[in-house]
Design a binder for this molecule. Structure first.
Ligand code: OXD
Ligand code: MN
Length: 592
């Protein structure tokens, strides 16, 4: 498909090592995709679902020891350990290449090597970057065809250039002990072995679009962030865009596809989804920050997705979707997951493919007793989403009015606050954290600090990453305002006190009003807080006292948090910028 000598010599080298029986180029055509689906069904790798109820949908099960990203087996192999920093796993590159060579040698014997040329971002646009993934898995090919823009048009756009990210993946023996997800940022190279789970093997996503891209962004003056992008259209037809970063499993996909409460819908408000997971951000000619979603699909968590939490996601998965590790309803050959509805199938196979008895479900042993694995997924086509933004394919992206950080905090963070400025906003991102909230018992769980929701995804030293945020602030003449939200605040009994989901739109409206200087706020120790009257609660069953509670700063829990932040900064190490410590000191003083 190409005469590009850089591409050809790299593929030759990888094929000489992995020894596939044959090499097949993925051209992006529907005919080829259909042939591969048929082949995967003939070997049992995929199961075709009910064509009438779920057209062009398939079910796949991974190995039972291979159901999630593996942070402990993920490495950033920069030339020095210092460059990777203390938060990342690091091994000296030549040693790591040596280890991987042993694992990849002969790993594709008897198999086909698929060559997937793909573009992150609209093919040929200024924002886009090209990757080539070599894999021995048809499941990977079919997922990449949904998640990225694939095929001949990509290789044509690459031309003779050496500027592409090299990705090699082999399922090998799925041996956990020898599972490696490795990034060599200085070589534009990713190698993944002994896994078949999406986050570890769809190399365009976390590996390229976050880890490698964050490294490139620092070098080239842009940002790769773990952020959804949504557009909020007002009744006048103007759309403003918000990027938001939340740790995994905090409802990013739900927020990205939010359906406004009824009275807003009637007034003409709409929310448009540009992306649910990753944003690439660049400074535009107009001095604003512009965002694109480099992906082409959604790799979302299935459990908990339902008509209330995310009707748009559900609609998106009703065709052309690959389901992974969900429950298989044998009566009608469809799929089911916990939290979809109250009708678990009576005649079904669980995510392991074993006969499943829904009456034995025990929420304390979800992995052992659930129909769908708690991290089961749908891989769905972005354009099938009913609220996909008209700007989804825009080559310039969308201008960002606000950046929102968030996490699950039972008490510490109020419903929403605004940072004082970009530097303070960077600090707010750096201290992001999530707790396990046990709503039933009221227990407050363990805090995990997850700066900018990028803890597992920064491709270099976290301290340098914060410095890059500060540096970017200096070159964006008209930067977005930075906010923090917390949908997960609880009362003394551990019950959530904010309704969340579509009602989060009420908070987004306050955020946009602040961006347009349309509403006053009060200064507090942690940032600007809303006046209760400025958060619309019409139609909600929330007392004034509860709203006040949602908007108060619990100083004691903040003081306790400062200790944890200091420990985390110490762990990040010497490269934490001085400005972050200045902000921390100032916060401590303001808390008194
Ligand atoms: C994801 C994640 O799958 O963040 O998006 O883990
Ligand atoms: Mn994510």
């Amino acid at each position: 498909m190409t005469n590009n000598k850089h591409v050809i010599s790299w593929i030759d080298e990888m094929a000489a090592m992995t020894c596939p029986d044959k090499i097949v180029w993925i051209d992006g055509s529907e005919a080829q995709a259909e042939e591969l689906r048929k082949e995967a069904c003939s070997t049992g790798e995929m199961i075709k679902l009910n064509e009438e109820l779920l057209p062009n949908c398939y079910l796949h099960r991974t190995a039972v020891n291979d159901v999630a990203r593996v942070e402990g087996r993920t490495f950033i192999c920069t030339p020095t350990k210092e460059e990777a920093g203390n938060i990342n796993n690091w091994v000296e590159p030549s040693e790591m290449y040596g280890r991987l060579k042993k694992l990849f040698t002969g790993s594709m014997k008897g198999k086909t090597m698929y060559v997937i040329p793909y573009s992150m971002g609209v093919v040929g646009s200024d924002f886009a970057k090209i990757g080539i993934e070599l894999t021995d898995s048809i499941y990977v090919v079919l997922n990449m065809l949904i998640m990225t823009r694939v095929g001949k048009k990509v290789i044509d756009a690459l031309g003779d250039s050496p500027d592409f990210i090299k990705g090699l993946h082999s399922k090998a023996d799925l041996d956990e002990e020898n599972r490696y997800i490795v990034h060599f940022p200085q070589d534009n190279t990713i190698m993944s072995v002994n896994s078949g789970y999406g986050g570890n093997v769809l190399l365009g996503k976390k590996c390229f679009a976050l880890r490698i891209a964050s490294y490139l962004g620092r070098k080239e003056g842009w940002m790769a962030e773990h952020m959804l992008i949504l557009g909020l259209e007002n009744p006048e037809g103007e759309t403003k865009y918000i990027c938001a970063a939340f740790p995994s499993a905090c409802g990013k996909t739900n927020l990205a596809m939010l359906i406004p409460p009824e009275h807003y819908r009637k007034m003409g408000y709409k929310v448009w989804c540009v992306g649910d997971d990753i944003a690439w951000l660049r400074v535009g000619k107009d001095g604003r920050l512009w965002a694109v979603n480099p992906e082409n699909g959604f790799f979302g968590v299935a459990p908990g997705t339902n008509e209330h939490s995310n009707p748009n996601a559900l609609a998106t998965t009703r065709r052309d979707t690959i389901f992974t590790n969900v429950c298989h309803n044998l009566d009608n050959n469809t799929v089911w997951w916990e939290g979809l509805d109250n009708n678990p199938p009576k005649n079904a196979l669980n995510w392991r493919g074993e006969p499943w008895d829904y009456t034995k479900y025990d929420k304390n042993d979800k992995v052992g007793t659930s129909g769908a694995h708690p991290n089961s997924r749908f891989t769905a086509v972005a354009k099938n989403c009913p609220c996909i933004s008209p700007e989804f394919d825009s080559v310039t992206g969308v201008p960002v009015s606000a950046i929102v950080f968030g996490g699950r905090r039972a008490r510490t963070a109020p419903l929403v606050y605004q940072s004082f400025n970009w530097q303070h906003g960077t600090f707010v991102g750096s201290i992001m954290a999530s707790e396990t909230t046990a709503a039933a018992s009221g227990a407050v769980g363990v805090v995990r600090r997850d700066p900018m929701a990028m803890r597992p995804f920064v491709g270099y030293n976290m301290g340098d990453y914060w410095k890059h945020w500060l540096d970017m602030g200096k070159v964006i003449p008209n930067p977005p305002k930075i906010f923090h939200v917390n949908w997960f605040r609880t009362d003394d009994k551990g019950n959530f006190i904010w309704p969340g989901f579509g009602d989060n739109m009420r908070v987004l409206l306050w955020i946009l009003a602040r961006c347009e200087n349309k509403v006053e706020a009060r200064e507090s120790a942690i940032g600007y807080l809303p006046y209760a009257k400025d958060i619309d609660t019409s139609g909600l069953d929330i007392s004034d006292a509860t709203l006040e509670d949602l908007l108060t700063v619990d100083k004691e829990s903040w003081k306790a948090d400062i200790k944890n932040i200091k420990e985390f900064y110490a762990l990040v190490g010497d490269r934490v910028p001085g400005e972050m410590y200045e902000e921390l000191d100032a916060l401590e003083k303001r808390l008194g």
